[in-house]
Ligand binder design. Structure first.
Ligand SMILES: CC(C)(C)OC(=O)N[C@@H]1CNC[C@H](C(=O)N(Cc2cccc(Cl)c2Cl)C2CC2)C1
Length: 338
């Protein structure tokens, strides 16, 4: 139901606490897609009906068929986006996109080739970038900017709730134009974005327990709804994981499950507030045949300059702190998730 601010919230599906996605439709009659609402990027792309038959990632997902949409407008400009983890290539098209009950005429990309890695693991079909226009490939006006220019939102903000327990329903919620008090307690604390055009803030300290180990002079962090984990510069994350006794293996950092309760909290100091994650927040218990495996949801990632070095606070962080992205005031608000 309406979160009381004129837009219909979009319920999200939570897949294993690592992928959160919701439904949009493109075209008339409506073609439905599951997309990640990704604050770390600013383009909309979905797999194309014209996907190459060799792209497995394409064939296991819903595909847009322009020949079946009465509202389709041809564009044809080439498109490619290079993620740290993979690449998407295709061409631009224009059609009516429905997000949170709001229709927008939108230029988006039809993906004709998706790198197998990582998209064969994706439960979602495509990505709807919620980033600033500056980060949009091909200078395409992003969806949220098109919605803001319609003057239908009560506030020029959007908010994200990610559930922590995959069984809980809904797995999450996106609200355009406001926040949903059902999913947070207490008040919001705000952090201004570091520079215009990115959902990036300054962290003034990263602590293990009460000991600040890095960033006391300030470092950059992207609040990224499209990333699963928390990533940081390899030197920092390696030391952080060593401090909590996590071991690195081919699929990431792990701890002994019976030592989890004794793990210290990890705290990010932002905007005058301490944002702590307890082991409940940052350890994923994965029951496996040979016994439970406890995955620490931190990864070392050296993002090359000029973007990096940078921390990325993804779903692990957002599941604990309900997040409001405020385009009007270029700030991000955090409240304790309910
Ligand atoms: C420089 C620029 C291209 C803008 O950088 C980005 O766009 N950077 C994006 C920032 N947000 C996360 C994006 C990402 O890694 N994936 C892949 C992914 C993430 C989690 C789980 C899975 Cl399975 C997958 Cl496939 C897309 C889903 C959003 C990259």
């Amino acid at each position: 139901g309406d979160a009381g601010n004129g837009t219909v919230p979009t319920p999200l599906t939570n897949y294993l606490d690592t992928q959160y996605f919701g439904e949009i439709s493109i075209g008339f009659p409506a073609q439905i897609f599951n997309v990640v609402f990704d604050t770390g990027s600013a383009n909309l792309w979905v797999p194309s009906q014209r996907c190459s038959p060799f792209s497995t990632a394409c064939f296991t997902h819903s595909r847009y068929d322009s020949s079946k949409s009465q509202s389709y407008v041809e564009n044809g400009t080439g498109f490619s986006i290079q993620y740290a983890s993979g690449s998407v290539r295709g061409f631009l098209s224009e059609d009516v996109v429905m997000v949170g009950g709001i229709p927008v005429v939108q230029v988006f990309a039809e993906a004709t080739s998706l790198s197998a890695m990582p998209f064969i693991f994706a439960k979602f079909d495509g990505v709807l970038g919620m980033g600033y226009p500056d980060t949009a490939v091909d200078g395409i006006t992003p969806v949220f900017d098109r919605i803001m220019s319609q003057q239908v939102l009560e506030e020029e903000v959007f908010s994200v709730y990610y559930s922590r327990d995959p069984q809980r329903s809904p797995g999450g919620e996106l609200v355009l134009g406001g926040t949903d008090p059902n999913y947070y307690t207490g008040s919001f604390n705000y952090v201004h974005t570091r520079e215009l055009g990115k959902w990036e803030v300054t962290v003034k300290g990263v602590a293990v327990g009460r000991k600040t180990l890095f960033c006391s002079e300030g470092c950059a962090a992207v609040i990224d709804t499209g990333s699963s984990y928390i990533t940081g510069p390899a030197s920092s994350v390696t030391l952080l994981m060593k401090t909590i006794g996590a071991q690195l293996d081919e699929s990431g950092y792990k701890v002994n499950c019976d030592s989890v309760k004794a793990l210290p909290s990890l705290t990010f100091h932002m905007g005058g507030q301490e944002y702590s994650l307890t082991q409940e927040d940052y350890v994923l218990w994965q029951p496996q045949i040979q016994g439970d495996v406890c995955v620490v949801t931190f990864r070392a990632l050296d993002v090359p300059p000029p973007t990096g070095p940078v921390w990325i606070l993804g779903a692990t962080f957002i599941a604990r702190y309900y997040t409001e992205f405020d385009r009007r005031n270029n700030r991000i608000g955090f409240a304790t998730a309910a």
